[in-house]
Design a protein around this ligand. Structure first.
Ligand code: ADP
Length: 583
């Protein structure tokens, strides 16, 4: 380590040398003692030594010197190095000069000349100590400052990190809150679902119990119904075997046996039919049908019954004009015959009127009106359910199995129609059957349907339908109102036809089809013909199916059996959205 330097300044050479000698003796081991004879020389030496990185802890300067006095000199030194300690050595310094040097140069001590040696050495010793302590203090201060800065930086960095972590935590918290909300919603939804499901299951259970009860009642009833003709058959066969009877009596027995057999047959046919209807095995066979054949058929069918009851008359009044329509004529007559059978069965005396009218909304409404025992209001709906009878005791009296109206209602729905009743006990009942009127006669077509779609003819409809009967119905209906139709037998065919035929204006899409169902086909078609109206047709009227269809992009969802007026309304609504081809 370099030695420190003490500079002594005095213009009197003798004093300067004696000062140097005294200082050298006491501090020569640790310090170099430099001298200068005037202030300028001393400043030069000071700067030179400083540039060479020497430590100069102390300057001892005379006061009275030529060119620059001690106070001015020490002030300059102070400006260059505030830490260097300054001792003024004087015999005749002014008070002003000393005050000056104390204030401006931070004077360490004033030593008067001639100095006392021990005082000088002690003062220098203390000055050196004080310098080194001050330096140490400064060093420590510097280190402390640096430490404090680095600490501040660390604290700032840590604060930033903590703030970021906090932000992340807040975000996480938000996420957790939203997840919690979602979970809560889901839980509520699940609870709702469980409640609905439980309710549905309870209803299904009650229904199953009711069915069970009805089936038992039905079995008792059916066994009575079967036993009655069976007894007749067995009884008359025994009589024939006994050979005690005349020829004409025997012939009468044979007729009675035949009637009983027919009754049995009818019951068996009803039972088989209702189970086929329940499993969707019965389809309507739509073809042209003339309603004017109905009166004759009914008359001959019930001729025998009416002959046996002279208190009852059957009046059938149909319009004289020919009414040709598209329907399943066999099922239509079956319904009417069931209604007339009931009317005869539940009308001991009086009259039965049968007739029809055509309504403005393209329906044919048939009615069977009797003056019989009537039906209380609370039974008006449930008598159309299978095995339901107003009073089991009455059915013992009048016969019947509780299946006729259930079959009639199912048939009416197959024809795209409905059945209902107006009745009052003791006054009689009127049963109504309404089916869509799809006319065959051109003049009437103008009035019923075609004129509702003026301006839209020559539009082309793609009918995606796998069932032949349903297609025949839709095709005939469309042709009657002058629309062109093209058929696809499954979803895949519908997509291909649509790709190859730009003239298709609208699609009637069955949902349940082989190979590709209606949902998938519609999705495919909408990819390349986004604006084409696609009307879903489904026999399964589940609300989820409907919302699924609308979500996919179906323009409308209609349930089968399709009603003509509904079809026309839907075509009208969606054809209005596409440009009209001039007729
Ligand atoms: P059923 O073979 O018992 O006549 P239906 O299903 O045809 O079965 O009729 C159900 C019930 O409705 C009958 O049992 C009867 O109580 C009532 N009903 C049906 N038609 C008439 C009618 N024209 N007048 C009074 N009651 C009727």
């Amino acid at each position: 380590m370099k030695k420190g330097i003490i500079i002594c300044v005095d213009d009197e050479k003798i004093i300067l040398d004696s000062l140097k000698t005294e200082l050298k003796n006491s501090f020569g081991d640790e310090f170099i003692i430099e001298t200068a004879e005037n202030a300028m020389e001393a400043i030069e030496t000071f700067e030179l030594l400083r540039s060479k990185k020497f430590e100069i802890p102390l300057i001892i300067s005379d006061y009275i010197m030529p060119t620059m006095k001690g106070d001015e000199f020490l002030e300059k030194i102070h400006q260059l190095s505030p830490n260097t300690l300054k001792i003024l050595l004087t015999g005749q310094a002014t008070v002003e000069g000393v005050t000056n040097v104390i204030n401006k140069a931070n004077l360490y001590r004033l030593i008067s000349k001639p100095w006392d040696s021990s005082d000088l050495i002690l003062t220098v010793e203390q000055a050196i100590k004080s310098y080194s302590q001050q330096n140490q203090l400064e060093l420590q201060n510097k280190q402390l400052r640096e430490l404090s800065i680095s600490l501040e930086e660390k604290v700032e960095k840590r604060t930033k990190e903590l703030r970021k972590t906090n932000e992340l935590l807040v975000e996480k918290q938000d996420e957790i809150t939203s997840q919690n909300n979602e979970l809560e919603e889901y839980r509520n939804h699940l609870e709702e679902l469980v409640k609905t499901r439980t309710k549905e299951l309870n209803t299904a259970k009650e229904k199953a119990e009711e069915n069970d009860r009805l089936k038992s009642a039905f079995m008792a009833n059916i066994s009575h119904e079967i036993r009655t003709p069976m007894n007749g058959i067995i009884g008359f066969i025994d009589m024939l075997r006994s050979q005690e009877f005349e020829k004409d009596e025997q012939l009468n027995f044979l007729n009675l046996i035949e009637n009983c057999t027919k009754q049995l047959m009818a019951i068996i046919i009803d039972i088989v039919e209702i189970s086929k209807l329940e499993t969707n095995q019965v389809k309507a066979r739509i073809s042209p049908f003339n309603t004017n054949s109905i009166p004759e058929n009914l008359s001959s069918l019930f001729h025998y019954n009416l002959e046996r009851n002279s208190d009852l008359e059957l009046n059938i009044k149909f319009p004289e004009e020919e009414i040709e329509c598209l329907t399943d004529g066999v099922k239509l007559q079956q319904i009417l015959s069931n209604l007339v059978t009931n009317a005869i069965r539940y009308t001991p005396s009086g009259s039965i009127d049968v007739g029809l009218s055509i309504t403005n909304d393209s329906n044919i409404v048939f009615y069977v009106k009797d003056t019989g025992i009537g039906i209380p209001k609370e039974f008006h709906k449930i008598i159309f359910e299978r095995f339901r009878q107003v009073d089991i005791r009455l059915s013992r009296r009048y016969g019947g199995t509780g299946l006729g109206l259930a079959i009639s209602k199912a048939y009416a729905e197959l024809l795209g129609g409905k059945i209902w009743i107006e009745s009052e006990p003791e006054k009689g009942s009127t049963f109504y059957l309404s089916i869509p009127y799809v006319p065959l006669n051109k003049d009437k077509a103008q009035k019923n349907g075609k004129n509702q779609l003026n301006g839209f003819h020559r539009k082309t409809v793609l009918v995606a339908e796998d069932d032949d009967t349903n297609f025949l119905f839709l095709n005939t209906a469309l042709n009657r109102i002058n629309f062109n139709s093209i058929r696809a037998k499954n979803g895949e065919e519908a997509v291909t036809i649509c790709k190859n035929n730009e003239n298709i204006d609208l699609i009637l899409m069955d949902i349940k089809m082989p190979i590709m169902d209606g949902f998938e086909a519609a999705e495919e078609i909408l990819k390349f013909r986004a604006n084409i109206p696609i009307i879903a047709q489904s026999a399964y009227a589940f609300p989820t199916d409907k919302s699924k269809a609308l979500k996919i992009g179906f323009a409308e969802y209609i349930t089968k059996p399709t009603r003509l007026n509904v079809l026309i309304e839907v075509l009208k609504k969606h054809m209005e959205k596409i440009p009209v081809t001039p007729a």
